[in-house]
Design a protein around this ligand. Structure first.
Ligand code: B12
Length: 315
């Protein structure tokens, strides 16, 4: 390849930003922080990038949209990113039209109904395969928001109306629980960031809210200590203190058999140092507790985690 050919394959930072939707500022920050995308400098000092970087950076932009953190994806190869996200989102046309939105909603409803059919037939193979496919297609955050949460809701309604039995409900929650557990543990395999403890209060028997929180929290750099269901208050407090936790996440379902969540949360808040933030979610979470952040929406939780992480000064 001649020097002229090489130059023809190089583009400016502005052009790269235009082609990938990633701002020039972000591209510079990533190069400084992660060493990629790597630029060559012209004698004038201006940056030039190989055109071949465009598909990889588009894949990174897509992964960020799905909730992955920059630190997890910026250094990935195109193949790794495609594996992480599934190939399909990259070749789908970009459209914001109402009809596309409607089509998405109805196809999502059809998807949930297909899974409910799998639950009726106790077909765990097809259910788990469906979860994997959808996860790869839309990414973790959308999977939680658009698939897992609506499925749980739908199972709850099915149980209330008598369409689904208690064994169906147990079967569905077991399949989803094992799937979410394997996924958040995979995402959390890099255990070197700040520390988040995830737990439920004494008497809690519903775990899916906490598992979904674990998936979302795993998109950050946090090392997660997952205590799960029905944890005594003193153990939550001791674990958070001994491990210098930065964040404690509690999920409170609306199950009537648990101890009073307000008392539990107030006691934890009182005994933990103020440095440890507490976030609680789930429909049984009491309102307006001092210094307990109530948060139900996982997109907001994900955004909040990003901001919180910045205040901790970790990457
Ligand atoms: C799955 C399920 C079960 C499973 C739980 C399995 C498991 N491992 O979790 C099983 C079958 C065991 C079960 C048992 C029971 N259940 Co149940 N169950 C449900 C169901 C369908 C989902 C519950 C759930 O996981 N909710 C938690 C999350 C997913 O929902 P959420 O609270 O709205 O939270 C949202 C957000 O706030 C966010 N979120 C949650 N936590 C957190 C945390 C953070 C940090 C953040 C940021 C966000 C967040 O996530 C959700 C997103 O949509 C609900 C119906 C429903 N639609 O919720 C009934 C439901 C909770 N169960 C109910 C009942 C009554 C029971 C039983 C008492 C039934 C019985 N008679 O035996 C038993 C309890 C047994 C006991 N010993 O206590 C009732 C509670 C009613 C009430 N007000 O008390 C419900 C509402 C069903 C109903 N409509 O009557 N249940």
């Amino acid at each position: 390849m001649t020097k002229a050919d090489k130059m023809e394959n190089l583009i400016s930072i502005g052009e790269l930003a235009r082609l990938t939707g990633i701002t020039t500022h972000t591209l510079r920050v990533w190069e400084k922080r992660y060493g990629t995308p790597h630029s060559q400098r012209l004698p004038s000092g201006h940056r030039r990038y190989p055109k071949e970087d465009v598909p990889r950076l588009r894949a990174i932009a897509k992964a960020l949209e799905s909730g992955y953190r920059a630190s997890k994806v910026v250094s990935g190869t195109l193949e790794e990113l495609q594996g992480l996200m599934g190939l399909k989102p990259f070749i789908e046309p970009n459209s914001n039209s109402t009809s596309t939105e409607e089509a998405k909603v109805s196809s999502n409803e059809m998807l949930i109904e297909r899974w409910v059919k799998g639950i009726h037939m106790y077909d765990d193979d097809s259910l788990l395969q469906g979860f994997h496919q959808q996860w790869n297609k839309v990414g973790p955050l959308k999977f939680i928001m658009d698939c897992a949460a609506p499925l749980i809701e739908r199972v709850g309604t099915g149980w209330e109306t008598g369409e689904l039995t208690i064994p169906h409900e147990h079967f569905a929650t077991e399949c989803l629980s094992s799937f979410l557990t394997s996924k958040w543990r995979q995402l959390n395999s890099r255990k070197e960031g700040w520390t988040a403890i995830l737990a439920t209060l004494p008497g809690e028997t519903h775990s899916l809210g906490l598992l979904m929180s674990a998936v979302v929290a795993s998109l950050s750099n946090a090392k997660i200590i997952y205590l799960g269901l029905n944890t005594p208050l003193e153990d939550i407090i001791a674990t958070a203190s001994k491990n210098n936790a930065d964040l404690l996440c509690i999920s409170v379902s609306s199950g009537e058999k648990q101890d009073d969540p307000e008392d539990g949360l107030l006691q934890i808040r009182k005994e933990l140092g103020k440095k440890i933030k507490i976030v609680a979610g789930g429909r049984g979470t009491p309102e307006n507790l001092p210094e307990v952040l109530k948060m139900d929406d996982f997109t907001k939780f994900n955004d909040w985690l990003g901001e919180f992480e910045n205040t901790l000064n970790v990457t």
